[in-house]
Write a protein that binds this ligand. Structure first.
Ligand code: SAM
Ligand code: ZN
Length: 282
């Protein structure tokens, strides 16, 4: 059975647990964080921001949602969901907490949550992102899941409290992952592999070539497994500009090139992902 409460949040000022009551979260030291109308909480302190509105903006978040909702990347969401399931099945516990770091507008958070609905344990999944716009969209669309604005460089959760942390195309800060994982917990990191969106890259760059990425060795974590998922997709014309806007190639392409790509009747390209699985080093 899936339970949605209580969220795992800690006060970003004093690191005491946050308790929800009367429309706000509060800690034992009296720090208060309002629950936004959409149901999320903003735990990003002003001194943790490097700009007024860090993270992906509304346009990027909208484009990502519209593209992901067409199902092109659902096989990736299923794969991450099944990696989580296997870990939970092999390590049964009465209650487990998962954390999606850099969750964006929550598409994968919700999809992975539904992959776990029939696990027998009390399973809780929460999402954080540094982008307020993305978290607002996530909370509005998926009111059953707890979302917070927070940075991956300072996870708002207790030491040793999380069973599974995962990051899908999002930055991660290893000391925080090591701190937050329970003994026996795992970290899943999703990254693009060499052929990812290669046909799109060829349209943007004159000299595109497949770039090989490697599992990064992370201090305090041991790399256990690498799973590759690749398949072709045919992107319909109405989805091409959303896909382009989700990628770093968008910023590299001239206006003219962006328009040429958006005008294609369809785009046939490969997707190529790696899911790396790490455990706390012994
Ligand atoms: C490429 S998007 C991926 C979003 C989501 N995981 C997905 O795949 O749909 C990267 C996300 O990381 C977020 N992000 C960037 N830096 C971050 C940080 N320091 N802490 C938390 N989130 C961050 C961005 O706001 C953005 O939503
Ligand atoms: Zn506090």
């Amino acid at each position: 059975m899936i339970e949605t409460n209580p969220p795992p949040w800690l006060c970003p000022v004093c690191a005491h647990p946050l308790i929800l009551g009367n429309g706000s979260f509060s800690c034992a030291s009296g720090h208060l964080f309002d629950l936004a109308r959409e149901g999320y909480v903003n735990l990003l302190l002003a001194n943790q921001k490097h700009s007024a509105n860090p993270g992906d903006d509304r346009m990027m978040s909208r484009c990502r949602r519209e593209f992901l909702e067409q199902g092109y990347y659902d096989a990736l969401a299923d794969l991450v969901g099944s990696c989580c399931r296997s870990h939970l099945t092999a390590n049964p516990a009465e209650s487990v907490q998962l954390l999606d770091i850099g969750c964006g507008e929550g598409y994968y958070t919700q999809h992975i949550y539904t992959c776990l609905t029939d696990t027998t344990t009390g399973t809780m999944l929460a999402g954080i992102d540094i982008s307020k716009e993305a978290i607002r969209m996530a909370a509005r669309r998926y009111p059953d899941l707890p979302f917070a604005v927070a940075s991956n460089s300072r996870l708002p959760v207790a030491d040793g409290s999380i069973d599974i942390i995962y990051a899908i195309f999002a930055p991660s800060y290893v000391p925080e992952i090591v701190r937050a994982l329970k003994p026996g917990g795992i970290f899943l990191n999703v990254r693009p592999e060499s052929r990812h969106l290669f046909a799109l890259r060829q349209l943007v760059y004159d000299d595109a070539h497949p770039h090989q990425s490697r599992a990064v060795l992370l201090d305090g974590l041991s790399h256990q497994q690498e799973t590759r998922l690749s398949y072709p997709i045919t992107v319909r014309q109405e989805d091409i500009s959303n896909l382009l806007a989700m990628t770093p190639y968008y910023w590299q392409a001239s206006r003219e090139k962006q328009q040429q790509i958006a005008d294609l009747a369809e785009l046939v390209t490969e997707v190529d992902f790696i899911v790396d699985r790490y455990a706390l080093a012994q």
